[in-house]
Design a protein around this ligand. Structure first.
Ligand SMILES: [Fe+2]
Ligand SMILES: [Fe+2]
Ligand SMILES: [Fe+2]
Length: 498
């Protein structure tokens, strides 16, 4: 007997035919590759068309979250948020890539992945893009990400576990990543959005909620796929005026001297007379200073439209790697007992200079020029060998992976920057030329009172020696070379991150 099609199971789909046989597997082995039982597999699932439709909705949401997070890294002062958003943007970029590939398996081009699925969704994400931090945090982590997780779970439960298994796998992996966003986000909201901030965010949140409701939910499974009546859409609040990317890097209060170029890290690192433990301390500074690479790369991503998704995925990965390098420096300072916010001046002169003086392509050229310079024997290998020679296993671990990541970054540079240039030689020369034209106003910043270029090194090194009961090495203790006249590689890499 056939079950009437209007009888539904808890998943919202027709139940299996009760007359269906349940074959025995050989010696009790799990059936159907362990995906599910016969009863579940005996229920019809979503059509290819419906599964693709939902994937396109998920794709739109993840792509917009990727862009929102990326484009706010530079101007967001709070270091922890910069780092978390670097991570989360990369997770979204990976899931977007996976969904695009899956849609491409199920449909012939054109895939229509660049279409906006519903105007309500456009409004919801435009609002978050332009919203103040409190609305962004609560709107993203309390409204949008939970709704997206629910949409993905619903899709995984309703599509056929055998017929559409590649989609189910993709959704399960995406849910793991979304769980990372949700856990971090809930905690961040509890730390940063409280009392009056929460009340002030309500109007913005309500706009986001209404816009999603008008779209029939993020996946379009409610209200018949969303309203076609424009009067159901909320009025734009934060996105009433077109949003513009803010390229100026900002830092929180743990970075009180961001123009300080008073300590030349590279000269110490390459001086054979300097003790190895001082070099490790300086390498941790170099790592933490890499915070300016996400600040710079975020601007390239935000201001470069129209590239294949592989470009955004690879660049987001590199951005996240650079954020991890910065955090490795942070961990390094903690491991040595050095209080970096009070003892170390981590500047933003590089990201500020590039973001405000160069075009996105010129910035990419500079990045490539610097990174290909990190690969020779004097670069990343030297830092790793220094950490090994210093007998510091943590520093050796960090430098080992810092080096490996830079090899990947050189490849990303070749794929997405050099490939756009007439030749590899011209790609390097152009990067050199672009870097040379960035003005680093060492003297002007001092005369304007932005910084005294104080030699913070002596204090940091003294604290390190004190914490470890060491007699300071006189050569390290008296180190006082700045970036005023001595450049790192005798060219223009003075403040280059790497
Ligand atoms: Fe890099
Ligand atoms: Fe780097
Ligand atoms: Fe690095």
């Amino acid at each position: 007997m056939r079950v009437p099609m209007n009888a539904t199971s808890p998943t919202g789909l027709p139940p299996a035919d009760p007359a269906m046989a349940r074959p025995q597997t050989l010696r009790g082995l799990p059936p159907l590759a362990g995906l599910c039982g016969f009863e579940q597999a005996g229920r019809p699932g979503l059509s290819v068309e419906e599964s693709v439709r939902r994937l396109k909705r998920h794709h739109y949401a993840l792509r917009r979250i990727h862009r929102i997070l990326t484009s706010r890294i530079t101007s967001e002062p709070i270091y922890e948020l910069k780092m978390a958003w670097s991570h989360q943007a990369w997770l979204c970029a990976e899931q977007v890539a996976a969904i695009r590939a899956r849609v491409g398996e199920m449909r012939e081009p054109p895939l229509g992945l660049d279409k906006v699925p519903h105007e309500g969704l456009a409004i919801a994400f435009d609002e978050l893009q332009a919203a103040p931090r409190e609305v962004l945090l609560s709107g993203l982590y309390e409204v949008v990400v939970p709704a997206l997780a629910m949409a993905l779970s619903r899709h995984a439960a309703q599509t056929h576990p055998l017929a559409d298994q590649p989609t189910v796998r993709l959704l399960r992996i995406a849910l793991l990543d979304l769980d990372d966003l949700q856990r971090y986000g809930r905690h961040a909201v509890s730390c940063l959005v409280a009392g009056p901030d929460r009340a002030a965010a309500q109007a913005g949140l309500e706009t986001v909620r209404q816009a999603i409701t008008a779209a029939g939910g993020l996946d379009g499974c409610e209200r018949g796929g969303g309203s076609s009546d424009p009067s159901d859409l909320p009025a734009r609040l934060h996105s009433a005026a077109p949003w513009r990317h803010d390229p100026t890097p900002r830092r929180d209060e743990r970075f009180p001297d961001p123009y300080n170029m008073g300590v030349n890290a590279e000269v110490l690192l390459y001086d054979p007379a300097q003790p190895l433990d001082a070099k490790v301390l300086m390498m941790y500074y170099k790592r933490l200073r890499e915070i300016d690479v996400p600040e710079m790369m975020a601007g390239i991503l935000a201001e470069t439209p129209g590239k294949p998704w592989g470009y955004y995925r690879d660049m987001s990965r590199q951005l996240w790697d650079e954020a991890r390098h910065a955090m490795m420096g942070e961990v390094g300072f903690a491991s040595l007992g050095v209080d970096w916010p009070s003892k170390v001046a981590v500047n933003f002169t590089w990201s500020l200079g590039l973001n405000t003086q160069l075009t996105p392509k010129e910035r990419h050229a500079v990045l490539y020029f610097i990174e290909q310079g990190l690969m020779p024997r004097t670069g990343k290998r030297h830092e790793w060998e220094t950490a090994l020679a210093a007998g510091n296993p943590l520093a050796a671990t960090f430098q080992d992976f810092d080096w490996a990541d830079e090899v990947l970054h050189a490849r990303i540079g070749r794929d997405w920057y050099v490939s756009d240039m007439p030749s590899a030689h011209e790609a390097v020369a152009y990067g050199d030329a672009c870097w040379s034209k960035v003005l680093m106003n060492w003297e002007r910043w001092r005369s304007e009172g932005k910084t005294g270029h104080a030699n913070w090194w002596t204090g940091a090194y003294a604290q390190y020696c004190e914490r470890h009961g060491k007699t300071p090495d006189p050569i390290a203790a008296q180190y006082a070379v700045s970036y005023e006249s001595i450049r790192a590689d005798l060219k223009d890499l003075s403040t280059a991150s790497g």
